[in-house]
Design a protein around this ligand. Sequence first.
Ligand code: COA
Ligand code: ARG
Length: 441
Amino acid sequence: MTAPVDFIRDFREAAPYIHYLRGKTLVIGIAGSLLSGSTLQTLAADLNLLASLGVRLVVVHGSRTQINTLAEAHGLTPQYHNGRRITDETTLAHAKQACGMVRSDIEAALSFGLSQTPLRGKPLSIAGGNFVSARPLGIIDGIDMGYTGIVRKIDTEAVRQRLNDGALVLISPLGHSLSGKTFNLSMGDIAEAAAVALQAEKLVYLVEQEGILNEHGQVLPNLSGQEARALLAGGRVQSNQQRLLQSAVNAVENGVQRTQILSGRQNGSLIAELFTRHGVGTSVARNAFMNIRQAQTGDIPDITALIRPLEEQGILLRRSREYLENHIGEFSVLEHDRRIYGCVALKTFADPDIGELACLVVSPEAQDSGYGELLLEHLLGQARSRNIRTLYALSTHTGEWFLERGFQTASSEALPPERLSEYHESGRKSKVFVYHTGANG
Ligand code: COA
Ligand code: ARG
């Protein structure tokens, strides 16, 4: 029987994320429109799966659609100001009713989901309570927002206790004031406040859209907090997504590692987002998602794992641990989501005009997505900033790749003398390529 190659590749890709998320807290905000029918059933099954993997879950549900349905049934038109619902007495009654219904449907779906995936042998308990205190939003632009409230405090101690007991904490978008009044809150406000208060690993928004979209309607896969802020400042985000993105930025700027925004409509999107390298929606991370940086001694095991198989195949020259320790300053590594997927080294010679690109590697599972090119660009930038005019690359197998990127073949005799003697000693008969960097020298 042949091994199911795709499954093995995907499982290997997921494994580090499974390991990483165990014991971490995720706050998941779900738009009310997703909380019915088969969409709710699939989401509940995925939440059960996450809980069974040891992820601590705080779920905040929305209720906008359900409140609007109740309003319509009573012949009322929902009133908004600045995108916030104005909550009069009747609307507050509808909000309470909507939350009761949604909550009960979620609890039922989570119980059903568990019977579909009997993963832990014991039922996932769902905790609720007065975790959110609120105060009125007040009068905005002369408009009394009524019982529309904002979050005053999240009782993190109480939430943590429930999580420690192994429960999923389910929060409805209602809050209570110290004087005993109930306020209608927005799902996003609570999810953001809870994620920050709990210093959650992730804030995940499951919404109707596939993520944050650019002006052409395409999903923006990765944004740093800074990039997201710039998009908002430049007005380059659709108006219905501005609050969502702002919330993502607020969360990552206040200690949440990452906010992920994705469609809750597509079957399995939550699993694909969390357990694949590229995800499916928009990730807003505190730091850049992918970056190339100077290697450090602590990276040596990862660099070794990248280069050893190629050394064994004779594609790369063998480099000992001692060599790597002594030359780590020459190496740069490409990190994607905290894992190292590539490296490259810049060697220098007595002649300051000359450099060598060495040890360019991208791990097999990440090849063909442009990382090699990015490492090359990085190295060229490094060479230019050091006024290196002539850059050599020696290769036994990758000549075409270099030629297609502007290198030319050269004679080994052109190498600097110290490199030439090494070249002869190695007996590898590598081909020599040269690139003129355009530096002024
Ligand atoms: N010869 C010619 N082209 C090659 C190649 C090779 N040996 N290896 C990959 N390519 C092509 C791919 O087919 C792809 O082309 P396409 O876009 O037309 O399909 C393109 O290069 C991929 O480029 P990119 O995504 O930027 O590169 P990468 O991230 O896959 O990394 C290498 C490229 C060469 C670094 C990677 O294949 C590698 O690690 N190889 C083994 C180590 C090695 O040979 N290093 C060079 C010696 S210093
Ligand atoms: N699975 C990883 C995570 O949960 C990466 C997700 C990347 N997502 C994206 N939209 N770019 O963090």
